[in-house]
Design a protein around this ligand. Structure first.
Ligand code: FE2
Length: 381
């Protein structure tokens, strides 16, 4: 038996932030990062809260890859202020921190229920509608995923006003993360019709609007579309989980601090090739691997097709590489110019072990051995 659930109420479109005036709470804690406060973007949040007569306090110490210490600091602030709900404002880190802070705070002193309203300021993680959060242990260079339905926010507000100042490089990285979420959801071993419907729409939007949003951040139509695509892809992978692409990208993030979306983007052509085995196909197989059909459908959604399925998947790989080049995302680790070959190669074994154990890897359509993962990491150099 399968099931599909959307727990989060979604407010979107122009003036979506007006929802803040009508929140069913009297006192909220805003959890955000220093940039949102310094750039005064926070006023887009506090003004409607004031108009709605809602009291608030601000915890603005969220940092990228939220470490355990920052989560406990947030729990302490929340327990002192005693809000009815958290309003999480920021990228994946602010929303993930808020999920973890709420989860731990609820376990202390019989706190009871705390609402969570997630307001993303990037179009990428989909965290506003998922039951996942990632906490980092910086000393051990490890990331720990938390997975529980109770982490899922009750509400999300998707207002493109908040993403128009996102710089092009971040638009590129986060947009490719959206595309990777959607593609991994479509080919996941847990794929289902409901998730695929959402993921395919997200892929279609990325095909038309990602480059537009990258080239002109003030193209509000493109921004709005990518903001919705991010949420659609989030809903999809919340149901199907992800795959080897994320399993391997998590290790590049933990080991070398490569931004999450960028690591996914760089791996994507390699993972499509591995999952469909298109390089060895003609010699070793009479039948297509199941993922070939799915990737070929994805290619067609993007307007790519060729005279057979294998060539169509090949054109999908080429298209992804084209997107990386157009958006100045390096195609290889060596092209980044920040990591030495020796340093990178020395960590591959450890990263491959961790990728095998990563929760995302389990739903990959083709089972990968450690040797497979090592050779993909090597090819990425
Ligand atoms: Fe991701």
């Amino acid at each position: 038996m399968k099931s599909f659930e959307i727990k989060t109420k979604i407010f979107f479109g122009e003036q979506a932030l007006d929802r803040l005036k009508e929140l069913p709470y009297k006192k909220v804690l805003i959890i955000t990062d220093p940039y949102v406060v310094q750039s005064r973007m926070i006023e887009l949040i506090t003004t409607p809260l004031k108009e709605g007569g809602i009291d608030y306090d601000i915890f603005k110490d969220v940092v990228p890859d939220p470490p355990i210490e920052k989560i406990s600091e947030g729990v302490r602030v929340l327990l002192e202020y005693k809000p009815e709900a958290i309003v999480a404002v920021g990228g994946g880190s602010a929303i993930d921190s808020s999920k973890s802070i709420r989860e731990f705070a609820k376990k202390v002193d019989d706190y009871g229920e705390i609402g969570l309203v997630a307001i993303p300021t990037t179009s990428g993680t989909g965290s506003e509608v998922t039951s996942f959060a990632v906490v980092s242990d910086r000393q051990a260079e490890r990331k720990y995923p938390l997975v529980s339905k109770s982490l899922t926010p009750e509400e999300t507000i998707l207002d493109a006003e908040l993403v128009k100042s996102v710089p092009p490089a971040v638009t590129a990285d986060t947009g490719m993360d959206v595309l990777t979420h959607a593609i991994e959801s479509c080919v996941s071993t847990e794929r289902n019709e409901f998730a695929t419907a959402l993921a395919e729409k997200a892929i279609e939007i990325c095909g038309v609007f990602l480059l537009r949003a990258y080239l002109d951040g003030h193209d509000m139509h493109a921004r709005q579309k990518m903001h919705v695509a991010s949420c659609l892809a989030g809903l999809a992978f919340n149901s199907t989980s992800l795959g080897l692409n994320h399993g391997m990208a998590h290790q590049l993030g933990a080991m070398f601090h490569i931004p999450h979306g960028r690591a996914n983007a760089m791996l994507l052509p390699h993972i499509i090739e591995f999952n469909s085995d298109i390089n060895k196909h003609s010699k070793s197989r009479k039948e297509y691997l199941p993922a070939v059909k799915k990737y070929s459908t994805i290619a067609q959604i993007l307007g790519l097709s060729s005279y057979n399925k294998i060539m169509t998947v090949r054109s999908l790989v080429n298209w992804v590489q084209f997107m990386l080049k157009e958006m100045d995302i390096p195609l290889s680790i060596s092209q980044m110019g920040t990591i030495t070959e020796e340093e990178y190669m020395s960590k591959i074994d450890e990263m491959a072990d961790a990728a095998l154990m990563d929760g995302c890897t389990a739903t990959n359509p083709r089972q990968a051995t450690k040797a497979d993962i090592v050779s993909i990491y090597r090819a990425l150099w």
